[in-house]
Write a protein that binds this ligand. Structure first.
Ligand code: DAH
Length: 359
């Protein structure tokens, strides 16, 4: 009969010496495996006399348990050590500066969006959001554009297939439905802007089927056109980063405002590819605005005899194109890396009014 104690210490030494998980597995197979030394020993039990078995059995089993336990413990140690080694080799110092030439850039639309938010935050406006797939009711009906109203044809709408909830949906054609969402959920005074994606069936050098607008909405007691004009002026001065601007308001029509105005800004476009603001004989269209129609206030649960509001909706892509001299709106959404490198902004230059909007 083999000397079990010395066999055990021999095996345990091999286990302790196994340098990695593969070596340990080899030891396991050589001992506890089907043809392993420990298994072979256990197999001899059947041929022992009952007395011998009583005497040797516990020793054999003790050997098996000791070896199993040693292998399990070693396995955990080796796995820990392997993980430690991997973690050490994969150390990443997140405080190191990024490599300039490899860093991505902020898309001009994101940049302009952040600039607009920074300007309005300074004026005390919050930011409101709404979904791209909007209720027909919010996109049109509550904005005083009932079904079958000819004004629906002003906007080439993408209709969305009927949904399970039975409501009809559209891809929002403007950010104005966020006005509805805001008024349904908040009591005046309200001061919000809502920048975001909008959709219309349209595509050429200055139109993309997906484009961006920024909506502004103010509702309070005693709000009048003077507030609207002042806000548009402050916004344009801050956004185009010039003190001398000249705005022109043209009478217009939108079902959700009364009266309705469109704003233009004086500029000089005589030199091709160049635009100067504040002087010249050209006018640049900014977008629509007006005093919120009393029916819209009523549709959104606000008492029009007590509260008045103004709103405007400007095209963000157009504003980005003008401010940063990008001629074709379609290139905005082509994901051409060369274009992004050229027109993109540095990721850590957060636009603020104090620090500069666009350095
Ligand atoms: N929603 C209009 C459009 O996309 C723009 C607009 C006009 C928004 C007047 C307004 C507004 O808030 O008062 O054509």
């Amino acid at each position: 009969m083999a000397d079990i104690a010395s066999l055990q210490s021999e095996i345990l030494a091999t286990v302790a010496g196994a340098a990695d998980e593969a070596a340990l597995e080899a030891v396991r197979v050589a001992t506890l495996g089907k043809k392993g030394s420990v298994s072979a020993l256990l197999a001899t039990m059947g041929s022992l006399s009952p007395d011998e078995r009583k005497f040797q059995g516990p020793k054999f089993n003790g050997l098996r348990d000791a070896v199993t336990e040693a292998i399990t413990a070693r396995k955990v140690r080796l796995a820990d050590a392997a993980l430690d080694a991997r973690l050490a080799s994969e150390t990443l110092d997140v405080t190191l500066p990024s490599r300039f030439e490899n860093s991505g850039t902020v898309h001009p639309i994101s940049q302009v969006l952040e600039e607009v938010v920074a300007i309005f935050a300074e004026l005390g406006f919050g930011v409101a959001e709404g979904p791209d797939v909007e209720f027909d009711d919010y996109n049109f009906t509550r904005l005083n554009i009932p079904p079958d109203h000819p004004a629906r044809q002003m906007q080439d709408t993408f209709y969305v297939a009927a949904q399970a909830d039975g409501d009809s949906h559209v891809l929002r054609t403007h950010t104005s439905p966020v006005q509805v969402r805001t008024m349904l959920n908040a009591k005046p005074p309200i001061r919000v802007i809502s920048p975001g994606r909008t959709y219309r069936v349209d595509s050429d050098a200055t139109h993309s089927p997906m484009f961006h607008q920024v909506e502004a909405l103010v509702v309070d007691e005693g709000i009048h056109l003077g507030h609207l004009k002042w806000t548009v002026e402050q916004f344009c001065k801050a956004f185009f980063e010039i003190d001398q601007i000249e705005l022109r308001a043209r009478p217009s029509f939108f079902p959700f405002t009364e009266p309705s105005l469109e704003w233009d800004m004086r500029c000089d476009r005589r030199t091709p590819g160049k635009i100067t603001f504040g002087t010249g004989n050209d006018w640049l269209e900014l977008g629509g605005s007006g005093m919120v129609h009393r029916k819209v206030l009523e549709n959104c649960g606000i008492d029009p005899t007590k509260y008045q509001g103004f709103a405007f909706g400007f095209g963000l892509d157009r504003m980005a194109m003008l401010k940063y001299g990008m001629p074709d709106i379609r290139s905005f959404f082509e994901s051409d890396l060369r274009w992004l490198k050229h027109y993109g902004f540095q990721p850590l230059d957060i636009p603020t009014l104090d620090g500069g909007l666009s350095r």
